[in-house]
Design a protein around this ligand. Structure first.
Ligand code: NAD
Ligand code: IPM
Ligand code: MN
Length: 346
């Protein structure tokens, strides 16, 4: 029997609703695969902030760090100034735990509707850099609220940070059947960061001679994600481009309710964190309208990361079977979770 500790951060909006279903499914497969999870839930997010003013105290972060993995629902609420929870909780976790690989797979299940008429065989993964870029908070504002206001948000790209994520993306491409890597950037305009990324990819490519390398400017990449998404295998890109591209990727491949992600620390110096690509969806929160599939598939990525591929496959197979039977009739969040958990339990 294998034993793992899991920190659970349900968070805001639909976060708790979808996390409940992910845990339900995780429990169903764990029992079948001789795995036990000891879970600790952390009360973080809007409610906590309103009550105490805290987003993520360092002492609690250090507690979370002691776990084998983290499952997160979603963070952000209209009652809290934009950015407070996103930066103070979610990005603090990603940055402090050095989640430099933000892994976001996209695939079209044969039975699921894509808004594209002929999407083809879509099965790619975005390796989004997770600790640098415009997300680092390297900016400021002058003369705020005046006509002379100046706001800057400077993207930080280090040779160290770019090389480690590029190397990870190459290794992932090499392990996949098509062995193709597409760097997405904007090096025709962002010439400092863009050239660092391009040079790094060209240099690391020599260590992976069997991987075919391709480059697209990010604007053109959005064209191809719609007109020919099947051309992609592994995409490596910076933090902000990866954020935008993966919402688009979700939209073309079954919707945001299916898109899972892993914030991976490949060196395993801290726990990795698994969460849906979507946010807290305040427009449908508390109504049992959210699709928990993305959270459930994030739990599969978690199992894979912990070295439990059979349990991960069990979840994926259960999701695939559930998706195949979707008729379009409305089911509650819990009904979808129940159906998938039942299948996953075998
Ligand atoms: P969102 O992803 O929360 O919602 C966008 C749209 O998708 C909404 O119409 C929503 O109802 C729908 N949607 C999202 N998840 C769904 C699901 N599982 N099933 C069905 N429909 C779903 O993005 P937003 O509206 O831009 O952001 C809302 C809040 O969430 C903001 O505070 C934002 O900062 C935060 N956010 C957090 C995360 C995260 O925690 N990882 C990710 C994105 C946004
Ligand atoms: C995501 C979200 C986050 C991001 C926000 C909430 C900080 O959009 O996980 O995709 O931009 O990374
Ligand atoms: Mn996003």
């Amino acid at each position: 029997n294998k034993f793992f500790t899991l920190a659970v951060v349900p968070g805001d909006g639909i976060g708790p609703e979808v996390t409940t279903e992910a845990l339900k499914v995780l429990d169903a497969v764990a029992a079948q695969h001789g795995v036990t999870f000891e879970r600790t839930e952390y009360d973080l997010g809007a409610k906590r902030w309103h009550a105490t003013g805290e987003t993520l105290p360092d002492a609690e972060l250090e507690e979370i760090r002691k776990h084998d993995a983290i499952l997160l629902g979603a963070v952000g609420d209209p009652s809290v100034p934009s950015g407070v929870l996103e930066r103070g909780l979610l990005l603090k976790l990603r940055f402090t735990l050095d989640h430099y690989v933000n892994l976001r797979p996209s695939k079209i299940y044969p039975s699921v509707g894509s808004p594209l008429a002929n999407p083809g065989d879509v099965d790619f993964v975005v390796v989004r850099e997770g600790t640098e870029g415009p997300y680092v908070g390297n900016g400021g504002a002058l003369r705020v609220g005046t006509p002379a206001e100046i706001a800057t948000e400077v993207s930080v790209n280090t040779a160290y940070g770019v090389e480690r994520v590029v190397r990870d993306a190459f290794a992932r491409a090499q392990a996949r059947p098509r062995k193709k890597l597409t760097l997405v950037h904007k090096n025709n305009v962002l010439v400092y960061a863009g050239h660092l990324w391009k040079r790094t990819v060209d240099a690391v490519a020599s260590e992976f001679p069997d991987v075919a390398v391709d480059y697209l400017h990010v604007d053109a990449a959005t064209i191809f994600l719609v007109t020919d998404p099947a051309r992609f295998d592994v995409i490596v890109t910076d933090n902000l481009f990866g954020d935008i591209l993966t919402d688009l990727a979700a939209a073309i491949s079954g919707g945001i309710g299916l898109a899972a992600s892993g914030n991976i620390n490949p060196d395993r110096t801290a726990p990795s964190m698994f969460e849906p690509v979507h946010g807290s969806a305040p427009d449908i929160a508390g109504q049992q309208k959210a699709d928990p599939t993305a959270a459930i598939l994030s739990a599969a990525l978690l199992l894979e990361h912990l070295g439990l591929p059979a349990a991960a496959r069990a979840i994926e197979a259960a999701v695939e079977a559930d998706i195949e039977e979707r008729t379009g009739a409305a089911r509650s969040t819990a009904e979808i979770g129940d159906a998938i958990a039942k299948r996953a339990a075998g």
